[in-house]
Design a protein around this ligand. Structure first.
Ligand SMILES: [Fe+2]
Length: 292
């Protein structure tokens, strides 16, 4: 296996070399793969040629998906992400909740015939591209997500059986909530748009703003109650478009992404046969590498 820079500042691309089966090459280069992930934000395994079962096995070498550690990750078994076809705005996964996956893995079973590529951008660079007024705004004003979950939906989303379990779970930093008479949950989460990356401890613009602005259900506001202005929204969309790179999927490829540093999104597509699956996980330090 040969690991090169995806582009000079961001990302890695790993290609097989020689005749050894892919899983063997992955195992023998695990330390380098983890280093590339830590240093560059993501690794695209081009030409891996793996199926769903191999994807599960290989990603388990880097992650665990334990609901007891992070309850909102109960859906972290690979799930198919082919049902929504419009463009998907740049976001870090689950940053509208206090529980996030460390890593996201994507497996491309079949790319779209046209567009539909996964887009990624570096939250460290994104932060450096913000204008001074916008940077000051997000340093001063945290974000406030305001979501409503029906009773059925909060049970599923938070993987709990009853209100008592939910209340215990919601005792988390930044969370406020109330229940309506119908037992719907009104959930408020206050969090900075600027977060530290896991491996560099660098400030990065890592959040779900651009995606959340497309979906009123996130109830995104600034913590002072004001909406994100049209001017700021325009600036964020412009930076996202300018700094994003597309992963050039081939069937059988996969990629692993540091969710504490990298925002991801997707181009619009129309091909009903596109098949990409996503898996969320927590870093498995013990198994992944003793020094990571
Ligand atoms: Fe996502």
């Amino acid at each position: 296996m040969k690991i090169d820079a995806f582009n000079p500042q961001f990302g890695s691309i790993a290609r097989t070399s020689g005749m050894a089966p892919f899983a063997e090459q992955f195992d023998s280069h695990l330390t380098e793969i983890i280093s590339a992930l830590k240093d560059t934000g993501f690794v695209h395994f081009q030409g891996a040629g793996i199926d769903q079962q191999e994807f599960e096995l290989l990603t388990e070498k880097l992650t665990v998906s334990d609901a007891a550690i992070s309850p909102a990750l109960h859906g972290s078994k690979a799930r198919d992400v082919f049902s929504r076809k419009p463009e998907l705005g740049m976001h870090a996964e689950q940053y509208y909740l206090p529980w996030r996956p460390d890593l996201i893995a994507f497996h491309c079973e079949r790319p779209a015939d046209h567009n539909g590529r996964t887009l990624v951008c570096d939250g460290i660079r994104f932060l450096s591209e913000l204008s001074m007024p916008t940077l000051e705004l997000f340093r001063e004003q945290p974000l406030s997500y305001n979501l409503r979950f029906s009773r059925k939906r909060w049970k599923w989303t938070f993987n709990v059986k009853n209100g008592r379990q939910l209340k215990k779970l919601l005792n988390a930093p930044g969370v406020r909530y109330r229940f309506s008479l119908s037992r719907a949950l009104h959930f408020n989460y206050t969090v900075s748009a600027i977060q530290q990356t896991r491996f560099q401890q660098a400030d990065a613009f890592v959040n779900a703003i651009v995606h959340a602005l497309d979906y009123p259900g996130y109830g995104l506001r600034l913590a002072n109650g004001m909406p994100i202005s049209a001017e700021v929204e325009k600036e964020l969309r412009e930076i996202a478009a300018r700094t994003s790179v597309a992963i050039p999927w081939q069937a059988g490829d996969f990629a692993i992404i540091d969710n504490s540093r990298v925002l991801h999104g997707r181009e619009a597509y129309t091909d009903p046969n596109r098949m990409l699956r996503a898996k969320h996980g927590l870093i498995n330090f013990e198994v992944g590498s003793p020094d990571c």
